[in-house]
Design a protein around this ligand. Structure first.
Ligand code: NCD
Ligand code: ZN
Length: 344
């Protein structure tokens, strides 16, 4: 196949950040996605309706002229989140709330200690029809970083799913065969997003031949058997799995650092890289479901009206992009070739 046309896709998990960088990050996503679920891990985090609406308006201001991109806002859960916060957020148009176990990832220090304490909040979310988005990793120091996703399933997620049969739960950016199996075996109210990096790479791409800080993200890349499980499940066409880039920009100097930040800025190449993967898998016929249909259906939103077209054409991801503050950022897959290109 030399060309593929898809219903316009959505990105069900990304990080735009805030301030002048929005003119870069929002444009990069709006070039091909109609909607995106915007992660709330700002400093300070987006913990109430007013903050979510203020953030949304800053994002909307950064949308390029003539583009009809729509940000979908998310509340950041803390131990102080109240039932009223959920009701207010829902009334303001916030469609989901994010659970970060404290310390799990970038800007998650404010997050939740003792997940059971949030059960009344989950109950209210189910009542309000708000989705629960979960960063599924435990954070205890004694648990090996490669085992943290599986440990989260066993210690917390199984219980949450058993308890809240009416709550839609998205297990975000899954990375292991354990997570794939868990989602496949769970009831219909449980789904997952998968990033381009976890489909394309495994931990060898992080650690063999020198540390590759631009492939460092959380949850960390896993061994190749886990990568294969993710690839197989997207190729199966299961409607429980959909596109979430987890595009997460950090300036070059913060990635190439003695204590480098986690996150891959994939917005400039993500749709092309997913296409590349589905092509490798002989599953291009499953790409539209993954990118444009399963997520909208799970969220209970209409699928998009327009289309995007990709052509089989090799191009090279730029080595660097200069941010509005003048500093460079290294996009995901920098300097590497991608075999599909978005048509103008
Ligand atoms: C994200 C970030 O930088 O905000 N980083 C990452 O590696 N994915 C946080 C997150 O989604 O965990
Ligand atoms: Zn993320």
């Amino acid at each position: 196949m030399q060309q593929i046309t898809l219903r316009t896709p959505d990105d069900w998990h990304l990080h735009f950040r805030d301030g002048d960088i929005l003119s870069e990050t929002v444009a990069a996503t709006a070039r091909c996605f109609k909607r995106a679920i915007v992660m709330p891990n700002l400093v300070p985090p987006v913990t109430n309706a007013a903050m979510a609406m203020a953030y949304k308006s800053r994002i909307v201001e950064a949308i390029p002229d003539g583009n009809n991109f729509e940000p979908l806002m998310v509340l950041y859960l803390t131990n102080d989140t109240s039932v009223q916060d959920i009701q207010d957020a829902k009334a303001a148009g916030v469609i989901a709330a994010k659970l970060y176990p404290a310390g799990a990832t970038t800007n998650s220090d404010a997050a939740v200690d003792g997940i059971e304490a949030l059960y009344p909040i989950f109950e209210e979310m189910a009542k309000q029809g708000m989705l629960l988005l979960i960063h599924g990793e435990v954070t205890e120091a004694e648990i090996d970083i490669f085992d943290r996703e599986k440990a989260f399933i066993d210690r917390f997620l199984r219980k949450i799913v058993a308890e809240f049969v009416d709550l839609k739960i998205v297990f975000e950016h899954i990375t292991t065969s354990d997570a794939v199996d868990f989602v496949v075996e769970s009831p219909e109210n449980v789904a997952a997003t998968i990033t381009p990096q976890h489909l394309l790479l495994n931990r060898n791409d992080l650690l063999v031949g020198g540390v590759k800080p631009h492939n460092y993200c959380l949850p960390v890349l896993k061994r190749n058997t886990h990568q294969q499980a993710l690839r197989e499940v997207v190729a199966s066409g299961s409607s429980k799995f959909f596109l979430g880039t987890d595009s997460a920009p950090h300036e070059k100097e913060r990635k190439e650092n003695a204590c480098g930040c986690a996150g891959c800025y994939s917005a400039w190449s993500a749709l092309e890289l997913y296409t590349h993967v589905f092509d490798e898998l002989g599953a291009l016929d499953k790409l539209e479901g993954f990118a444009s249909i399963h997520g909208a259906n799970f969220y209970g939103l209409a699928v998009n009206e327009g289309t995007v077209t990709l052509k089989k054409e090799t191009w090279t991801v730029p080595e660097e992009i200069i941010l509005p503050n003048g500093k460079p950022i290294v996009p995901f897959y920098a300097g590497q070739q991608v075999s599909w290109k978005l048509a103008e």
